[in-house]
Structures are given as structure tokens and as C-alpha cells.
Design a protein. Structure first.
Length: 270
């Protein structure tokens, strides 16, 4: 991956998403009376809501809502894809497929003007398919399908956290969304078949915009879509990564909480 360059996150709100004004408001996630006092910076549960009740929640996806393990480097992953591609009119050995995929992703990352660049894997696989086709193919469609086979071949574990499902149900009546460093081409399907997608008003994937968290523009876009860009302190960010979910949210004036802290605070730990 290249060094830091280009536009800094937070300077401009992405134009890809139009604002979505949500009229619903609720008094969810208020701290119990015994927890409402001030705490020192850095203490567990430091995100005190003061006089502002939470009006929106932004969740991370993987390792927050979904427990996941993948192996995108194993020979077996690319051997499976290679065999499948042969039936689609694309002939490429597993070793070459792996090396070509990794190289093309790196090239796109290096060429991006973003500080935290993202690619669309379906575009990478479409290019590989075109270059190795032995008969006429629909490269765009095959790029999408190959991305999903790649995911299926590399996945080792994919389960929703039951504690997170219960946490979502606590805020069933307030605006909520997901911001994920993920690929919509297969991540949206995973959210759907695990029964999570319809809990949320919208989902933003890094592949949609070409940059990843911790770029603050992702959070600014979410605030704008929820109609809460002027009330960031009334929005909670929940995730597993301090760098990706907590720090950028706090820089924008939002509240933030580690997912395991949220489970524990609301009595949802195993």
C-alpha cells in the first residue's frame, strides 16, 4: 500500500449519498441513574450522554455484529476459484490467479489519491477474467460472480453475535446504520442471509466510495443521511476498533463505545 496522500478524510462530505432526513426520535441508550455522573477521561463507559439522548446509532459490521474468519491467502481458496472459472470460460492456474489478484489490488491501492484507499473486488476479478478468457464472456457479470465464489471459498467462519442482535433490538425504534470496511458485492448478501440487513436504515460499504475507515467522511455521510449532522453528540458509534470506529467518531463530536463494553454495560455478555 502506498504512503499517505491525496484528500484528507473529513474535508468533504461524499456526494455519493444524498441526505436522508429521518423524523423518528427515541429516548434509547440513556444511562441508568447510578451511571449518569461524570467520569474521568479514559474510564470504561466514559461516553456519558449528558442532556442529549441518543437519536442515532452507527454500527461497525465485522467483529461487531458478525464474527468472521477468512483465509484469502491459502492455495485451496484459489484452487477452488480456478476450477470454477474453467466452467465459465476462463483458464488460469491457482498460483497465477492468486499472484495476479494480489498485484492488481496493490496497484489500485497505490494509484488511489485516498489516504485509506479501497477497491472493488468485482472490478479486479472482471479484469482477470477478461485477460484469461478462452471464449466470449460477460466480464462484468463474471467479475461479480467470481467475487462471490472467492468469498465462499475463503470463508472459514461467519456467525452473528447473539449479544449484538440483542443490542440492536434495544434500539429498534431509532435511526441506525452500518459503516463497514467491506465489499458490497458479497457483504450485503452476508448481512441479508444472516437476517441483519433489514434492521438498519442504510448500510455504507467502503467499496461504495473508494475509501475506508478511519476516513471521517464515512461518518459525516452517515450523520447527514440520518439528518443529525448538526447533532453529532446525539449519535453513538459502536465497533471493535479504536482506530476505525471510536477515534474518528469522537473527532466529529460523536459518542463512541467498544462493542464488548456495550455488551457488558447493557448486561448482554455471555
Amino acid at each position: 500500500m502506498s504512503g499517505k496522500k491525496g484528500n484528507k478524510g473529513g474535508e468533504n462530505i461524499s456526494e455519493i449519498y444524498e441526505p436522508e432526513i429521518v423524523g423518528r426520535r427515541s429516548t434509547f441508550l440513556s444511562y441508568p441513574p447510578e451511571e449518569s455522573g461524570e467520569r474521568e477521561e479514559g474510564e470504561k463507559g466514559e461516553e456519558i450522554f449528558e442532556s442529549c439522548q441518543i437519536k442515532g446509532v452507527i454500527f461497525d459490521c465485522y467483529q461487531t455484529l458478525i464474527e468472521i474468519e477468512t483465509d484469502e491467502h491459502s492455495h485451496e481458496t484459489y484452487e477452488t476459484i480456478s476450477k470454477w472459472l474453467a466452467y465459465q470460460g476462463v483458464v488460469i492456474k491457482p498460483e497465477k490467479l492468486k499472484d495476479t489478484y494480489m498485484l492488481k489490488v496493490k496497484e489500485r491501492m497505490d494509484e488511489s489519491p485516498e489516504i485509506y484507499p479501497e477497491v472493488r473486488v468485482e472490478e479486479v476479478f472482471a479484469e482477470i477474467c477478461r485477460e484469461n478468457a478462452v471464449w466470449r464472456i460477460n466480464e462484468k457479470r463474471l467479475g461479480v460472480d467470481t467475487s462471490r465464489v472467492f468469498r465462499a471459498a475463503s470463508i472459514r467462519k461467519l456467525l452473528p453475535f447473539p449479544q449484538s442482535i440483542r443490542l440492536i433490538e434495544h434500539c429498534i425504534n431509532i435511526p441506525k446504520c452500518i459503516i463497514s470496511n467491506g465489499q458490497r458485492v458479497f457483504s450485503e448478501l452476508e448481512l441479508r442471509y444472516l437476517g441483519l440487513y433489514d434492521y438498519f436504515d442504510f448500510v455504507i460499504f467502503s467499496s461504495d466510495v473508494g475509501y475506508k475507515k478511519p476516513d471521517m467522511r464515512l461518518f459525516m455521510t452517515a450523520l447527514k443521511r440520518m439528518g443529525l449532522e448538526l447533532q453529532p453528540k446525539c449519535v453513538m458509534s459502536v465497533g471493535d476498533s479504536y482506530e476505525n470506529e471510536l477515534l474518528p467518531a469522537r473527532k466529529l463530536g460523536m459518542r463512541a463505545m467498544q462493542i464488548e463494553e456495550a455488551w457488558e454495560f447493557y448486561g448482554l455478555k455471555k
